[in-house]
Unconditional design. Structure first.
Length: 127
C-alpha cells in the first residue's frame, strides 16, 4: 500500500521516533527505538511512549481500513503492560477487528523480539 508520507506521519510520531514498517488493509506495524528522552525515572521505556506507539499504530490501521480520506479518533483504549523495556526496539502491530460505519475496534500487540511487552484494544470513531 503506497501512501504519501504526510498521511502516515505526524509531528508527534516523528517526535517520538516512530517508524512505519508495514501498512496493509486494516493492519499497521510501527517500530520505536528506545532513546534517552523516552526513558522513565527507572531508566526503562516510558509506558506513555508505549501507549503512544499503540495509539499511532491503531490509528494507521483504521485509516488503512476505511481509507485515508476519512478520519477516525480514539474514543477508548485499554492496555496491559507485561514487561519492561531497557534498551533496543519495540514493534507494535495493530489490526482492525471490526470496521463499522461509525466505529472500529482495533487490537494491538507490542513485541520486543519474541517477547510480548504490551497488549491493547481500542475503539475508534469514524468522523
Amino acid at each position: 500500500m503506497q501512501i504519501p508520507a504526510e498521511y502516515v506521519e505526524s509531528a508527534f510520531s516523528q517526535l517520538l521516533g516512530c517508524r512505519l514498517q508495514r501498512l496493509e488493509t486494516g493492519v499497521a506495524e510501527v517500530a520505536l527505538t528506545l532513546e534517552p528522552h523516552l526513558r522513565n525515572r527507572g531508566q526503562k521505556l516510558h509506558g506513555g511512549a508505549i501507549f503512544s506507539l499503540v495509539d499511532i499504530a491503531m490509528g494507521l490501521a483504521c485509516s488503512a481500513s476505511h481509507g485515508f480520506d476519512q478520519q477516525s479518533v480514539t474514543i477508548e483504549c485499554k492496555i496491559n503492560y507485561m514487561r519492561a523495556v531497557s534498551d533496543g526496539e519495540v514493534v507494535c502491530t495493530a489490526q482492525v477487528l471490526h470496521a463499522g460505519r461509525r466505529t472500529l475496534v482495533v487490537d494491538a500487540d507490542v513485541f520486543q523480539g519474541d517477547k510480548r511487552v504490551a497488549k491493547a484494544q481500542g475503539t475508534f470513531a469514524v468522523l
